[in-house]
Design a binder for this molecule. Structure first.
Ligand code: DMJ
Length: 490
């Protein structure tokens, strides 16, 4: 039977039990209130201090979860009412957007939503979404798709759909997509995948590859290999990792962009954790954990160490990560940081460094003290926006979720709730939720798009924090970079 937001809260595991090695706090639930409080952290720096502007009290968990679910369904209706079957909705104009290729649709928002609908107990909506995917999603279209995006959104979305519904058809679709993406890997002389491939012809192109594009596939491909007993996907992913890792500098750092045909670095700067590098590191950790692959975990630690040693930049008590020349460690470029990098707080904590993860999260919370919602990128020497758009990004909430799971600290729920209220106040429109073209210190100018990842990520993290749904295994659940539940759906 379904458990809805109104169901009594389940006892929640402390992260000490969840991850074992990461020290955390036992999460205590004040009887009858549904409001979680946390015992003092056992490890220095693991507590998140609630920054100024943070709500001192939280709504009861059941109330918060119901509000999150209501907003998800509001945006889901915004999509289904006017853009059903298209990739993305334009909620102001009522139009739609083809995400991968003009004139082609993959029903991206539907694929992105599958496991979120399951976790939120929206079974009627899930049944409709699943039927559409099984009947209409066509992996054979004559479309040049971005391999990274197709892997994390389509293959990952279908795998998460399979994990939550057990539909063999969804698994078969995931395999069909992966088979049609494989030529990007197998036709590359180095094994580093080309950025694009035509799903119908298998023609691959795009040899200038950002690190995230090279290495954000192991979780989906490794899982697919496991599920199907077919090593080709895992092997392709591993070959790409080996090709990149063989080109580490003597400092142990990686560049940003690499030539898939020659294996030469096109950009020697180590830009972690900013894009287009970000999830390369995330998948070493995530792949290691999902597949129990010790080599991947070792690589994560080996590569993270020099990033922290050479790139950490502490300003005014806040921690940031500066770009450096991978060969010399010399600083390059401006003091800019992308909002996308805020996921790194959670990754550092998952990798065992809770103190640094908490510190980086505090840095982004300080930006949120200045802006109603996070801008796309900032100059961290002044905490001012460099790119003032706001693309409805999920990374800050992703880190709040990860850090909360690890530490049990209620401050991360407070942070996530404040973030949610910012979105609800500034991004909500009659047709759902929409991006911003400009964020300043007090106002937000709206654009016209609900990105597909909105249905996969933003409110899923909030729902998991507040609902304590029995549909998710809080101990062992593992999410991909796109928020897909690849393990731990119940
Ligand atoms: C998502 O598609 C994924 O999280 C990806 O790894 C980078 N970020 C976007 C959303 O911002």
């Amino acid at each position: 039977m379904l458990r809805h937001a109104s169901s009594p809260p389940l006892p929640h595991p402390s992260r000490r039990l969840v991850l074992g090695s990461a020290a955390g706090t036992a999460l205590l639930t004040a009887a009858g209130t549904g409001v979680a409080t946390a015992a003092p952290a056992t490890r220095a720096g693991a507590r998140a201090e609630a920054p100024s502007g943070m709500p001192r009290t939280l709504p009861a968990d059941a109330h918060a979860a119901a509000a999150v679910r209501a907003e998800y369904l509001h945006s889901w209706r915004g999509y289904t009412d006017v853009a059903w079957g298209h990739d993305e909705v334009r909620p102001l104009s009522g139009g739609h957007n083809d995400f991968f290729a003009d004139g082609r649709t993959f029903g991206l928002s539907i694929v992105e939503a599958l496991d979120t609908l399951y976790l939120m107990g929206c079974d009627h909506e899930l049944a409709r979404a699943r039927s559409w995917v099984e009947a209409h999603l066509d992996p054979t279209q004559d479309a040049d798709v971005h391999v990274f995006e197709a892997v994390i959104r389509l293959v990952g979305g279908l795998l998460a759909g399979y994990r939550t519904t057990r539909s063999q058809r969804l698994l078969a679709r995931a395999r069909e997509f992966a088979d049609r993406l494989l030529p990007a890997f197998t036709s590359s002389p180095t094994g580093i995948p080309y950025t694009h491939v035509n799903l119908r012809t298998g023609r691959a192109h795009g040899r200038a590859v950002g690190l995230a594009e090279a290495g954000t596939n192991m979780m989906e491909f490794g899982l697919l290999s496991r599920l199907l007993g077919d090593a080709r996907y895992y092997d392709a992913s591993m070959r790409a990792y080996r090709a990149v890792l063989a080109r580490r500098s003597s400092l142990g750092l990686l560049g940003t962009t690499i030539d898939a045909e020659t294996g030469r670095w096109l950009d020697h700067t180590s830009n972690a954790p900013n894009p287009p590098v970000d999830s390369f590191y995330e998948y070493l950790w995530g792949g290691g954990r999902l597949l129990g692959d010790a080599q991947l975990t070792r690589w994560y630690h080996q590569l993270t160490k020099p990033v922290l040693a050479h790139q950490t930049d502490v300003r005014g008590g806040l921690t940031w990560y500066h770009g450096v020349d991978a060969a010399t460690g010399a600083r390059t470029g401006p003091t800019h940081q992308s909002e996308l990098a805020s996921f790194y707080a959670g990754l550092l904590a998952k990798g065992g460094d809770v103190r640094r993860g908490a510190a980086y999260f505090r840095s982004w919370s300080a930006v949120l003290n200045r802006y109603p919602v996070l801008p796309e990128s900032i100059d961290y020497s002044t905490l001012t926006a460099v790119d003032p758009a706001g693309q409805l990004r999920p990374e800050y909430a992703n880190s709040a979720f990860d850090l909360w799971r690890i530490t049990g600290d209620v401050a991360y729920k407070q942070a996530a709730w404040r973030w949610f209220e910012g979105l609800r106040t500034h991004h909500r429109v009659a047709g759902g939720y929409t991006i911003a073209t400009e964020v300043d210190s007090s106002s937000v100018r709206l654009g016209d798009l609900t990105p597909g990842y909105w249905f996969a990520e933003n409110l899923k993290y909030l729902w998991l924090m507040f609902s304590r749904t029995p549909r998710f295994d809080y101990r062992n659940g593992i999410l991909s970079t796109e928020g897909k539940v690849l393990a731990g759906a119940r």
